[in-house]
Design a protein around this ligand. Structure first.
Ligand code: SF4
Length: 347
């Protein structure tokens, strides 16, 4: 567990790690070795870094930290290869991450904040309120910890856990760079997805800086009225402005964008909604992911198969690919919007 007086090595970008190594009076090539041990070999202890001399390992052990998370609980789904991890941070706060396997795809869903300020009405994390941003190392370590535990490397990483990634922009993008470094965790940029609830300044900065990670928008409604109800962030960033920012992104990027659309019975699942969705997204190169809602509480209800099929049919002639994503890990509350509160309640 992290000691606050020590240097947190996983918070450092590659260049910063090199500078740290030089400051310690070590040969510059040691930085590359250290980077490998931390992010490619993914060792949990300095003693395992066998290409470093014993006195170097002991020195690092005294001044630096590599373990940032303590496991509180791990829940494995009975029905599918999905695991949910609850981690304690050095200050006692807790975050959750989810590991899912499907064919050759191994996806880790990571958190970017403790809690969330955006208070989406369907989301358990939103009910916690915002506590703090995660550091770069705390974001990256979720993937490394899970890879060590599962004995398998992630092929895909999604920033869809607790928190709004674009309200912790710097740490999230630095973590994404570490995830994609070919000498480290080495997940392709196109397999790292940053999902935002529609924080326009974040989308604009992401566009201007020309990042190549995948961008997803959690859309969930086709009118401001319904979206404001589901996602209060809409009051600040209305749909028309959001879609204008998205269009600027797709105009300046070789990549399409993904829209996530949580289908909730009687709320946003009508044929009119489907038609409006087609109209709204007609000029945006995109993919649509429909996610049937899974009840967290009794306020909202899961969509019926008949309504879901009707919605899909209404989008059938749409030029964009439409997929239906069934949430994994329902029995362990690992689905979208279910993170954390269940654990808090059970204490
Ligand atoms: S859905 Fe995402 S943005 Fe909305 S409250 Fe939950 S964590 Fe925050």
């Amino acid at each position: 567990m992290a000691n606050s007086n020590k240097i947190i090595l996983k918070d450092l970008a590659k260049q910063e790690l090199s500078e740290f190594v030089v400051r310690q009076g070590l040969e510059p090539f040691r930085a590359r070795q250290l980077f490998h041990w931390l992010f490619q070999k993914n060792v949990a202890y300095f003693s395992q870094m066998t290409t470093l001399k014993k006195e170097v390992r002991e020195k690092l052990q005294a001044i630096a930290e590599i373990n940032l998370l303590d496991s509180v609980s791990i829940a494995a789904s009975q029905n599918e290869p999905t695991h949910k991890f609850l981690f304690a941070l050095h200050d006692g706060n807790r975050v959750e991450s989810v590991y899912m396997e499907e064919a050759n795809r191994r996806t880790v869903c990571v958190s970017s904040q403790v809690g969330c300020a955006l208070n989406c009405d369907f989301c358990a994390t939103g009910k916690m309120g915002f506590r703090r941003n995660l550091s770069v190392g705390e974001i990256v370590e979720q993937v490394l910890w899970i890879e060590r535990h599962m004995g398998k490397e992630a092929t895909n990483i999604v920033m869809m856990g607790m928190g709004e990634p674009f309200l912790n922009f710097d740490a999230v993008l630095r973590a994404a760079e570490l995830f994609s470094d070919p000498e480290g965790i080495a997940v392709s940029k196109r397999k790292i997805t940053i999902s935002t609830a529609g924080v326009i300044p974040g989308i604009e900065r992401f566009t201007q800086e020309g990042h190549r990670f995948k961008l997803a928008i959690s859309l969930n409604a086709t009118t401001d009225e319904i979206r404001r109800k589901l996602m209060p962030v809409t009051k600040k960033y209305p749909l028309s402005q959001l879609l204008t920012a998205v269009k600027r992104y797709t105009d300046n990027s070789p990549y399409q964008i993904t829209f996530e659309y949580l289908l909730i019975a009687g709320m946003n699942d009508s044929l009119q909604d489907a038609k409006r969705l087609r109209r709204l997204l007609a000029h945006i190169p995109c993919k649509i992911n429909l996610i049937p809602y899974n009840s967290v509480d009794s306020r909202y209800q899961p969509v019926s198969d008949r309504r879901l099929n009707g919605f899909v049919q209404a989008l059938a002639t749409f030029s964009a690919p439409v997929t239906v994503r069934r949430s994994n890990g329902l029995d362990i509350q690992a689905a979208c919007g279910q993170l954390y509160t269940q654990n808090v309640k059970s204490k």
